[in-house]
Write a protein that binds this ligand. Structure first.
Ligand SMILES: [Zn+2]
Length: 494
Protein backbone atom coordinates (compact mmCIF):
# COMPACT_ATOMS: atom_id res chain seq x y z
CA UNK A 1 0.00 0.00 0.00
CA UNK A 2 1.54 3.33 -1.02
CA UNK A 3 1.89 5.95 1.66
CA UNK A 4 -0.82 8.55 2.09
CA UNK A 5 -0.61 11.71 0.01
CA UNK A 6 -2.27 15.06 0.46
CA UNK A 7 -3.16 16.42 -2.99
CA UNK A 8 -4.38 19.98 -3.49
CA UNK A 9 -6.65 21.17 -6.29
CA UNK A 10 -7.80 24.61 -7.41
CA UNK A 11 -9.48 26.12 -10.43
CA UNK A 12 -9.45 29.79 -11.47
CA UNK A 13 -10.66 30.18 -15.00
CA UNK A 14 -11.40 33.20 -17.14
CA UNK A 15 -10.97 33.68 -20.88
CA UNK A 16 -10.46 37.29 -21.83
CA UNK A 17 -11.63 38.89 -25.01
CA UNK A 18 -9.49 42.00 -24.88
CA UNK A 19 -11.52 43.85 -27.53
CA UNK A 20 -14.49 43.84 -25.16
CA UNK A 21 -13.83 47.06 -23.19
CA UNK A 22 -16.06 46.19 -20.22
CA UNK A 23 -13.91 44.77 -17.39
CA UNK A 24 -14.74 41.43 -15.79
CA UNK A 25 -15.32 41.75 -12.04
CA UNK A 26 -15.88 39.46 -9.08
CA UNK A 27 -19.63 39.79 -9.74
CA UNK A 28 -19.05 37.82 -12.94
CA UNK A 29 -17.25 35.09 -11.00
CA UNK A 30 -20.04 34.95 -8.41
CA UNK A 31 -22.56 34.47 -11.26
CA UNK A 32 -21.10 31.03 -11.91
CA UNK A 33 -20.48 30.08 -8.30
CA UNK A 34 -17.34 30.71 -6.26
CA UNK A 35 -16.42 27.76 -4.07
CA UNK A 36 -13.75 27.58 -1.38
CA UNK A 37 -12.39 24.66 0.61
CA UNK A 38 -14.78 21.71 0.89
CA UNK A 39 -17.44 23.58 -1.12
CA UNK A 40 -15.37 22.59 -4.17
CA UNK A 41 -16.61 19.00 -3.68
CA UNK A 42 -20.04 20.26 -4.87
CA UNK A 43 -18.48 20.05 -8.35
CA UNK A 44 -18.18 16.28 -8.25
CA UNK A 45 -19.13 15.14 -11.74
CA UNK A 46 -19.00 18.68 -13.14
CA UNK A 47 -16.31 20.34 -15.26
CA UNK A 48 -12.56 20.16 -14.90
CA UNK A 49 -12.64 19.78 -11.13
CA UNK A 50 -15.14 16.94 -11.52
CA UNK A 51 -12.78 15.19 -13.92
CA UNK A 52 -9.90 15.53 -11.49
CA UNK A 53 -12.00 14.22 -8.58
CA UNK A 54 -13.02 11.19 -10.67
CA UNK A 55 -9.36 10.40 -11.39
CA UNK A 56 -8.45 10.92 -7.73
CA UNK A 57 -10.82 8.12 -6.75
CA UNK A 58 -8.45 5.68 -8.44
CA UNK A 59 -5.79 6.60 -5.87
CA UNK A 60 -6.99 5.27 -2.55
CA UNK A 61 -4.01 6.77 -0.74
CA UNK A 62 -4.88 10.34 -1.82
CA UNK A 63 -6.54 12.78 0.51
CA UNK A 64 -7.93 15.57 -1.67
CA UNK A 65 -7.50 19.06 -0.28
CA UNK A 66 -9.66 21.46 -2.33
CA UNK A 67 -8.67 25.11 -2.27
CA UNK A 68 -10.83 27.07 -4.71
CA UNK A 69 -13.09 26.91 -7.71
CA UNK A 70 -13.66 30.25 -9.44
CA UNK A 71 -14.76 30.64 -13.02
CA UNK A 72 -16.63 33.04 -15.25
CA UNK A 73 -18.16 33.26 -18.64
CA UNK A 74 -15.45 34.83 -20.84
CA UNK A 75 -15.41 38.62 -21.03
CA UNK A 76 -13.26 41.74 -20.98
CA UNK A 77 -9.98 41.92 -19.06
CA UNK A 78 -10.37 41.10 -15.37
CA UNK A 79 -10.09 44.08 -13.06
CA UNK A 80 -7.51 44.57 -10.31
CA UNK A 81 -9.99 43.32 -7.70
CA UNK A 82 -10.21 39.95 -9.46
CA UNK A 83 -6.44 39.65 -9.87
CA UNK A 84 -5.89 40.38 -6.17
CA UNK A 85 -8.88 38.51 -4.68
CA UNK A 86 -8.29 35.26 -6.53
CA UNK A 87 -4.56 35.53 -5.96
CA UNK A 88 -5.20 35.89 -2.23
CA UNK A 89 -7.70 33.02 -2.14
CA UNK A 90 -5.14 30.75 -3.79
CA UNK A 91 -2.21 31.81 -1.59
CA UNK A 92 -4.14 31.87 1.68
CA UNK A 93 -5.95 28.63 0.88
CA UNK A 94 -2.71 26.79 0.24
CA UNK A 95 -1.07 28.29 3.32
CA UNK A 96 -3.99 27.10 5.45
CA UNK A 97 -3.97 23.63 3.87
CA UNK A 98 -0.68 22.60 5.48
CA UNK A 99 1.85 20.37 3.77
CA UNK A 100 0.83 19.04 0.35
CA UNK A 101 2.42 16.27 -1.74
CA UNK A 102 1.13 17.41 -5.11
CA UNK A 103 -1.15 19.96 -6.72
CA UNK A 104 -3.41 20.26 -9.75
CA UNK A 105 -4.17 23.81 -10.84
CA UNK A 106 -6.77 24.36 -13.54
CA UNK A 107 -6.50 27.76 -15.24
CA UNK A 108 -7.68 28.98 -18.62
CA UNK A 109 -4.45 30.40 -19.98
CA UNK A 110 -6.00 33.34 -21.83
CA UNK A 111 -6.85 35.48 -18.83
CA UNK A 112 -5.66 39.05 -19.25
CA UNK A 113 -6.13 41.76 -16.65
CA UNK A 114 -6.14 45.51 -16.43
CA UNK A 115 -2.43 46.34 -16.51
CA UNK A 116 -1.36 42.69 -16.51
CA UNK A 117 -1.36 40.57 -19.68
CA UNK A 118 -0.55 37.18 -18.14
CA UNK A 119 -2.85 36.84 -15.15
CA UNK A 120 -2.66 33.04 -15.31
CA UNK A 121 1.13 33.17 -15.09
CA UNK A 122 0.77 35.49 -12.08
CA UNK A 123 -1.68 33.18 -10.27
CA UNK A 124 0.49 30.16 -11.11
CA UNK A 125 3.49 31.97 -9.65
CA UNK A 126 1.56 32.65 -6.42
CA UNK A 127 0.55 28.99 -6.17
CA UNK A 128 4.12 27.85 -6.79
CA UNK A 129 5.44 30.26 -4.17
CA UNK A 130 2.90 29.05 -1.60
CA UNK A 131 3.58 25.39 -2.33
CA UNK A 132 7.37 25.62 -2.46
CA UNK A 133 9.54 24.55 -5.35
CA UNK A 134 9.60 20.83 -4.51
CA UNK A 135 5.90 20.02 -4.61
CA UNK A 136 4.87 18.55 -7.99
CA UNK A 137 2.47 20.90 -9.77
CA UNK A 138 0.44 19.97 -12.84
CA UNK A 139 -1.29 22.76 -14.74
CA UNK A 140 -4.45 22.24 -16.79
CA UNK A 141 -5.22 24.79 -19.51
CA UNK A 142 -7.78 25.49 -22.18
CA UNK A 143 -6.19 24.85 -25.56
CA UNK A 144 -7.07 28.40 -26.62
CA UNK A 145 -4.56 29.53 -24.01
CA UNK A 146 -1.67 31.84 -24.74
CA UNK A 147 1.14 29.73 -23.27
CA UNK A 148 3.83 31.96 -21.75
CA UNK A 149 7.33 31.37 -20.46
CA UNK A 150 6.04 32.07 -16.96
CA UNK A 151 3.52 29.22 -17.27
CA UNK A 152 6.18 26.81 -18.52
CA UNK A 153 8.53 27.81 -15.69
CA UNK A 154 5.85 27.61 -12.99
CA UNK A 155 4.74 23.99 -13.34
CA UNK A 156 6.24 20.53 -13.69
CA UNK A 157 3.91 19.58 -16.47
CA UNK A 158 0.92 21.02 -18.30
CA UNK A 159 -2.01 19.69 -20.30
CA UNK A 160 -4.43 21.47 -22.64
CA UNK A 161 -7.91 20.44 -23.74
CA UNK A 162 -7.88 17.77 -26.44
CA UNK A 163 -11.05 18.79 -28.27
CA UNK A 164 -13.09 21.78 -29.39
CA UNK A 165 -15.84 21.84 -28.20
CA UNK A 166 -13.89 21.16 -25.04
CA UNK A 167 -14.12 18.13 -22.82
CA UNK A 168 -13.01 19.97 -19.70
CA UNK A 169 -13.53 16.93 -17.45
CA UNK A 170 -11.05 15.02 -19.59
CA UNK A 171 -8.39 17.66 -18.95
CA UNK A 172 -8.99 17.46 -15.19
CA UNK A 173 -8.76 13.69 -15.35
CA UNK A 174 -5.51 13.75 -17.37
CA UNK A 175 -4.00 16.35 -15.03
CA UNK A 176 -4.73 14.04 -12.10
CA UNK A 177 -3.24 11.03 -13.90
CA UNK A 178 -0.09 12.99 -14.81
CA UNK A 179 0.30 14.13 -11.22
CA UNK A 180 -0.01 10.51 -10.13
CA UNK A 181 2.76 9.56 -12.56
CA UNK A 182 5.08 12.08 -10.90
CA UNK A 183 4.04 11.51 -7.29
CA UNK A 184 3.52 7.74 -7.33
CA UNK A 185 5.67 6.48 -10.21
CA UNK A 186 8.61 8.88 -9.99
CA UNK A 187 8.55 9.95 -13.62
CA UNK A 188 10.76 12.96 -14.23
CA UNK A 189 9.13 15.24 -16.81
CA UNK A 190 11.22 17.34 -19.14
CA UNK A 191 9.65 20.00 -21.32
CA UNK A 192 10.10 21.26 -24.82
CA UNK A 193 7.89 23.98 -26.19
CA UNK A 194 7.61 26.09 -29.29
CA UNK A 195 5.93 29.40 -29.82
CA UNK A 196 4.45 29.93 -33.28
CA UNK A 197 3.87 33.46 -34.64
CA UNK A 198 0.36 32.67 -35.86
CA UNK A 199 -3.13 33.91 -35.20
CA UNK A 200 -6.25 32.75 -37.02
CA UNK A 201 -9.96 33.44 -36.81
CA UNK A 202 -12.13 30.80 -35.14
CA UNK A 203 -13.89 29.43 -38.21
CA UNK A 204 -11.63 26.37 -38.48
CA UNK A 205 -11.34 25.74 -34.75
CA UNK A 206 -13.43 22.56 -34.51
CA UNK A 207 -10.90 19.88 -33.62
CA UNK A 208 -12.74 16.98 -35.25
CA UNK A 209 -12.61 18.56 -38.71
CA UNK A 210 -9.62 19.18 -40.98
CA UNK A 211 -7.44 21.15 -40.99
CA UNK A 212 -7.47 21.46 -37.17
CA UNK A 213 -8.03 17.73 -36.66
CA UNK A 214 -4.76 16.98 -38.46
CA UNK A 215 -2.80 18.81 -35.79
CA UNK A 216 -4.60 17.33 -32.78
CA UNK A 217 -4.62 13.80 -34.23
CA UNK A 218 -0.89 13.96 -34.92
CA UNK A 219 -0.28 14.91 -31.28
CA UNK A 220 -2.30 11.86 -30.16
CA UNK A 221 -0.45 9.61 -32.62
CA UNK A 222 2.95 10.76 -31.35
CA UNK A 223 1.86 10.04 -27.78
CA UNK A 224 0.97 6.49 -28.82
CA UNK A 225 4.17 5.98 -30.83
CA UNK A 226 6.63 6.99 -28.10
CA UNK A 227 6.53 5.36 -24.68
CA UNK A 228 8.63 8.15 -23.21
CA UNK A 229 6.05 10.81 -24.08
CA UNK A 230 4.04 11.86 -21.04
CA UNK A 231 1.87 14.49 -22.68
CA UNK A 232 1.63 16.56 -25.84
CA UNK A 233 -0.56 19.66 -25.94
CA UNK A 234 -1.17 21.88 -28.94
CA UNK A 235 -2.54 25.38 -28.42
CA UNK A 236 -4.40 27.24 -31.17
CA UNK A 237 -4.61 30.46 -29.15
CA UNK A 238 -7.95 32.22 -29.26
CA UNK A 239 -7.52 35.21 -31.57
CA UNK A 240 -8.95 38.14 -29.60
CA UNK A 241 -6.13 38.37 -27.14
CA UNK A 242 -4.13 41.54 -27.66
CA UNK A 243 -1.28 40.73 -25.29
CA UNK A 244 2.48 40.45 -25.31
CA UNK A 245 3.80 36.94 -26.00
CA UNK A 246 0.59 36.10 -27.93
CA UNK A 247 0.72 33.22 -30.39
CA UNK A 248 0.08 29.53 -30.89
CA UNK A 249 2.16 26.94 -29.07
CA UNK A 250 3.18 23.30 -28.79
CA UNK A 251 4.22 21.79 -25.46
CA UNK A 252 5.77 18.33 -25.24
CA UNK A 253 6.64 16.53 -22.02
CA UNK A 254 8.66 13.32 -21.95
CA UNK A 255 9.99 11.21 -19.12
CA UNK A 256 13.56 12.45 -19.14
CA UNK A 257 14.16 12.42 -22.93
CA UNK A 258 14.88 16.02 -23.87
CA UNK A 259 16.03 15.23 -27.41
CA UNK A 260 12.78 13.41 -28.19
CA UNK A 261 10.72 16.24 -26.70
CA UNK A 262 12.61 18.76 -28.84
CA UNK A 263 12.15 16.73 -32.00
CA UNK A 264 8.40 16.22 -31.52
CA UNK A 265 7.83 19.87 -30.63
CA UNK A 266 9.57 20.88 -33.87
CA UNK A 267 7.52 18.40 -35.88
CA UNK A 268 4.21 19.70 -34.54
CA UNK A 269 5.23 23.31 -35.06
CA UNK A 270 6.25 22.47 -38.65
CA UNK A 271 2.92 20.74 -39.22
CA UNK A 272 0.73 23.61 -38.12
CA UNK A 273 2.85 26.11 -39.98
CA UNK A 274 2.24 24.08 -43.15
CA UNK A 275 -1.51 24.16 -42.43
CA UNK A 276 -1.65 27.90 -41.74
CA UNK A 277 -3.44 28.97 -44.92
CA UNK A 278 -5.99 26.16 -44.63
CA UNK A 279 -6.69 27.36 -41.09
CA UNK A 280 -7.50 30.81 -42.47
CA UNK A 281 -10.25 29.67 -44.83
CA UNK A 282 -13.49 31.50 -44.06
CA UNK A 283 -16.85 29.87 -44.51
CA UNK A 284 -19.05 32.46 -42.83
CA UNK A 285 -21.69 34.23 -44.89
CA UNK A 286 -23.03 37.79 -44.83
CA UNK A 287 -25.74 38.88 -42.41
CA UNK A 288 -28.42 39.58 -45.08
CA UNK A 289 -27.76 36.25 -46.81
CA UNK A 290 -27.90 34.33 -43.53
CA UNK A 291 -31.26 35.83 -42.57
CA UNK A 292 -32.65 35.19 -46.07
CA UNK A 293 -31.47 31.58 -45.97
CA UNK A 294 -33.03 31.04 -42.55
CA UNK A 295 -36.30 32.49 -43.90
CA UNK A 296 -36.36 30.16 -46.89
CA UNK A 297 -35.18 27.03 -45.04
CA UNK A 298 -37.66 24.16 -45.25
CA UNK A 299 -37.43 23.50 -41.55
CA UNK A 300 -35.80 24.76 -38.38
CA UNK A 301 -34.11 25.31 -36.19
CA UNK A 302 -31.58 27.13 -38.33
CA UNK A 303 -28.78 28.07 -35.97
CA UNK A 304 -27.33 31.47 -36.87
CA UNK A 305 -23.86 31.57 -35.36
CA UNK A 306 -23.14 35.16 -34.31
CA UNK A 307 -19.38 34.80 -34.70
CA UNK A 308 -18.53 38.41 -33.85
CA UNK A 309 -20.44 38.29 -30.58
CA UNK A 310 -19.32 34.95 -29.17
CA UNK A 311 -19.89 35.12 -25.41
CA UNK A 312 -17.73 32.03 -25.03
CA UNK A 313 -14.90 34.00 -26.67
CA UNK A 314 -15.28 37.03 -24.42
CA UNK A 315 -17.70 39.20 -26.34
CA UNK A 316 -20.46 41.13 -24.63
CA UNK A 317 -23.50 39.25 -25.91
CA UNK A 318 -24.97 42.65 -26.77
CA UNK A 319 -24.81 42.62 -30.57
CA UNK A 320 -28.01 43.47 -32.37
CA UNK A 321 -26.68 43.04 -35.90
CA UNK A 322 -28.60 39.87 -36.79
CA UNK A 323 -31.78 40.95 -35.04
CA UNK A 324 -31.75 44.32 -36.78
CA UNK A 325 -31.46 42.58 -40.15
CA UNK A 326 -34.36 40.26 -39.26
CA UNK A 327 -36.49 43.26 -38.43
CA UNK A 328 -35.39 44.98 -41.67
CA UNK A 329 -36.23 41.92 -43.78
CA UNK A 330 -39.50 41.26 -41.95
CA UNK A 331 -38.34 37.78 -40.93
CA UNK A 332 -41.41 35.62 -40.41
CA UNK A 333 -39.53 33.07 -38.28
CA UNK A 334 -40.15 33.05 -35.48
CA UNK A 335 -36.60 33.37 -34.18
CA UNK A 336 -35.07 32.98 -30.76
CA UNK A 337 -32.36 35.36 -29.64
CA UNK A 338 -30.65 36.80 -26.59
CA UNK A 339 -29.37 40.33 -26.04
CA UNK A 340 -27.50 41.69 -23.05
CA UNK A 341 -28.69 45.03 -21.70
CA UNK A 342 -27.08 46.14 -18.41
CA UNK A 343 -29.77 48.82 -17.89
CA UNK A 344 -32.63 46.36 -18.31
CA UNK A 345 -34.02 46.80 -14.80
CA UNK A 346 -34.38 50.58 -15.09
CA UNK A 347 -35.70 50.44 -18.63
CA UNK A 348 -38.34 47.84 -17.82
CA UNK A 349 -39.58 49.73 -14.77
CA UNK A 350 -42.70 48.09 -13.41
CA UNK A 351 -43.75 46.45 -16.67
CA UNK A 352 -45.45 43.09 -16.11
CA UNK A 353 -45.96 39.89 -18.05
CA UNK A 354 -48.68 40.36 -20.67
CA UNK A 355 -48.01 44.06 -21.21
CA UNK A 356 -46.91 45.54 -24.51
CA UNK A 357 -43.50 47.19 -24.19
CA UNK A 358 -41.01 49.13 -26.27
CA UNK A 359 -37.51 48.52 -25.02
CA UNK A 360 -34.18 49.88 -26.24
CA UNK A 361 -31.53 47.13 -25.92
CA UNK A 362 -27.99 46.24 -26.88
CA UNK A 363 -24.67 47.85 -27.68
CA UNK A 364 -23.73 48.81 -24.12
CA UNK A 365 -21.11 46.15 -23.28
CA UNK A 366 -18.83 45.63 -26.26
CA UNK A 367 -19.52 49.20 -27.46
CA UNK A 368 -19.34 48.01 -31.08
CA UNK A 369 -23.06 47.76 -31.88
CA UNK A 370 -26.07 50.01 -32.22
CA UNK A 371 -28.93 49.53 -29.78
CA UNK A 372 -32.29 48.54 -31.27
CA UNK A 373 -35.86 48.99 -30.18
CA UNK A 374 -37.78 45.83 -29.38
CA UNK A 375 -41.54 46.14 -29.57
CA UNK A 376 -43.76 43.35 -28.30
CA UNK A 377 -45.45 41.55 -25.42
CA UNK A 378 -43.64 40.60 -22.24
CA UNK A 379 -43.84 36.86 -21.63
CA UNK A 380 -41.34 36.66 -18.78
CA UNK A 381 -39.83 39.05 -16.24
CA UNK A 382 -37.66 38.08 -13.31
CA UNK A 383 -34.31 36.77 -12.11
CA UNK A 384 -32.75 34.44 -14.67
CA UNK A 385 -30.58 31.71 -13.12
CA UNK A 386 -30.19 28.95 -15.67
CA UNK A 387 -29.12 25.36 -14.90
CA UNK A 388 -26.21 24.38 -17.13
CA UNK A 389 -26.61 20.60 -17.03
CA UNK A 390 -22.99 20.21 -16.03
CA UNK A 391 -21.56 22.50 -18.71
CA UNK A 392 -18.67 24.10 -16.79
CA UNK A 393 -20.66 24.52 -13.57
CA UNK A 394 -24.10 23.89 -12.08
CA UNK A 395 -25.86 27.13 -12.98
CA UNK A 396 -25.21 30.56 -14.41
CA UNK A 397 -26.81 33.79 -13.23
CA UNK A 398 -27.88 36.10 -16.08
CA UNK A 399 -29.10 38.73 -13.59
CA UNK A 400 -32.50 40.32 -14.15
CA UNK A 401 -34.14 39.08 -17.31
CA UNK A 402 -37.18 39.34 -19.51
CA UNK A 403 -38.54 37.74 -22.67
CA UNK A 404 -40.40 39.73 -25.31
CA UNK A 405 -42.53 38.26 -28.08
CA UNK A 406 -41.85 40.50 -31.07
CA UNK A 407 -42.82 40.39 -34.74
CA UNK A 408 -39.65 38.43 -35.62
CA UNK A 409 -39.52 36.11 -32.63
CA UNK A 410 -38.95 35.84 -28.90
CA UNK A 411 -36.01 37.76 -27.50
CA UNK A 412 -34.55 37.09 -24.06
CA UNK A 413 -32.91 40.21 -22.64
CA UNK A 414 -30.68 39.96 -19.57
CA UNK A 415 -28.46 42.21 -17.48
CA UNK A 416 -25.49 39.89 -17.81
CA UNK A 417 -24.30 37.73 -20.68
CA UNK A 418 -24.58 34.31 -19.06
CA UNK A 419 -24.17 31.84 -21.91
CA UNK A 420 -26.04 34.09 -24.33
CA UNK A 421 -28.46 31.52 -25.75
CA UNK A 422 -25.85 28.83 -26.32
CA UNK A 423 -27.93 26.53 -24.12
CA UNK A 424 -31.57 25.80 -25.08
CA UNK A 425 -32.07 25.70 -21.28
CA UNK A 426 -31.97 29.52 -21.31
CA UNK A 427 -35.35 29.40 -23.07
CA UNK A 428 -36.74 26.17 -21.64
CA UNK A 429 -36.11 27.43 -18.12
CA UNK A 430 -38.70 30.19 -18.62
CA UNK A 431 -41.25 28.03 -20.39
CA UNK A 432 -40.30 28.65 -24.04
CA UNK A 433 -40.07 25.54 -26.25
CA UNK A 434 -37.20 26.12 -28.73
CA UNK A 435 -38.50 23.41 -31.08
CA UNK A 436 -41.39 25.70 -32.04
CA UNK A 437 -38.97 28.21 -33.60
CA UNK A 438 -37.54 28.50 -37.09
CA UNK A 439 -34.20 30.05 -36.21
CA UNK A 440 -31.98 30.75 -33.21
CA UNK A 441 -29.24 33.34 -32.96
CA UNK A 442 -26.54 31.54 -31.00
CA UNK A 443 -23.67 33.61 -29.64
CA UNK A 444 -20.87 31.14 -30.21
CA UNK A 445 -18.74 30.09 -33.15
CA UNK A 446 -18.08 26.54 -31.96
CA UNK A 447 -20.39 25.38 -29.20
CA UNK A 448 -23.37 24.22 -31.27
CA UNK A 449 -23.59 20.90 -29.46
CA UNK A 450 -26.47 21.92 -27.20
CA UNK A 451 -28.71 22.75 -30.17
CA UNK A 452 -27.53 19.74 -32.21
CA UNK A 453 -30.64 17.63 -31.59
CA UNK A 454 -32.97 20.54 -32.33
CA UNK A 455 -31.30 22.14 -35.33
CA UNK A 456 -31.55 21.46 -39.08
CA UNK A 457 -28.38 23.38 -39.96
CA UNK A 458 -25.79 25.81 -38.67
CA UNK A 459 -25.03 28.98 -40.62
CA UNK A 460 -21.85 30.70 -39.60
CA UNK A 461 -22.48 34.42 -40.00
CA UNK A 462 -19.76 36.99 -40.58
CA UNK A 463 -20.90 39.44 -37.91
CA UNK A 464 -18.89 42.32 -36.44
CA UNK A 465 -17.81 42.46 -32.80
CA UNK A 466 -14.98 41.75 -30.37
CA UNK A 467 -14.78 38.12 -31.59
CA UNK A 468 -15.18 38.79 -35.31
CA UNK A 469 -13.46 36.73 -37.96
CA UNK A 470 -11.95 39.81 -39.57
CA UNK A 471 -8.78 40.01 -37.48
CA UNK A 472 -7.17 42.58 -39.74
CA UNK A 473 -9.45 45.44 -38.69
CA UNK A 474 -9.16 44.90 -34.92
CA UNK A 475 -7.18 47.63 -33.09
CA UNK A 476 -4.09 45.61 -32.17
CA UNK A 477 -1.61 47.32 -29.83
CA UNK A 478 0.23 44.71 -27.79
CA UNK A 479 0.44 41.71 -30.11
CA UNK A 480 4.06 40.74 -30.85
CA UNK A 481 4.91 41.50 -34.49
CA UNK A 482 5.51 40.17 -37.01
CA UNK A 483 2.74 37.61 -36.74
CA UNK A 484 1.03 35.68 -39.54
CA UNK A 485 -1.25 36.57 -41.34
CA UNK A 486 -1.22 40.20 -40.19
CA UNK A 487 2.40 40.40 -41.37
CA UNK A 488 4.42 38.38 -43.80
CA UNK A 489 6.44 35.82 -41.85
CA UNK A 490 8.98 33.50 -43.47
CA UNK A 491 8.76 30.60 -41.05
CA UNK A 492 7.73 29.92 -37.46
CA UNK A 493 11.36 29.91 -36.31
CA UNK A 494 11.97 33.50 -37.47
ZN1 LIG B 1 -11.31 27.29 -25.36
Amino acid sequence: MPTGRRIGVAMASHESGTFNPTPTTMVDFLAMGLRRGDEVFELEGVGGVGGFLAEAEAHANWEIVPILSALTVPGGRVDQGVIDSIGRMLSDGIAAAGELDGFVLLLHGACAGEGLDDVDGHWLHLVRRSLGSEVPLVLGLDHHANVTQRMIDGCDLLVGHRTQPHDVADTGRIAGALLAAIVEDDVAPVTSWRKIPLITHQEQFLSHRPPMSLWFERARALEREHDAVLQISVFPMQPWLDVEEAGWAVVVHTDGDQALADRLADELADLVWALRDDLLVKDSISIPLAVARAESAAEGIVVLSDTGDSVLGGSGGDSTALLAEMIRQGFSGPALATVVEPSLRERLGNARVGEEVTLLVGGAVSLMHDPIELVGRLVFVGPLVVPTEGFWTRSVDFGHGCAIETAVGTIVVSERRGFGGVLPAVYEHIGIDPSEFKAAIVKTASNFQFFADLSSEVLRVDTPGPTQSDLFSLPWERLPRPIYPLDSVEGWRT
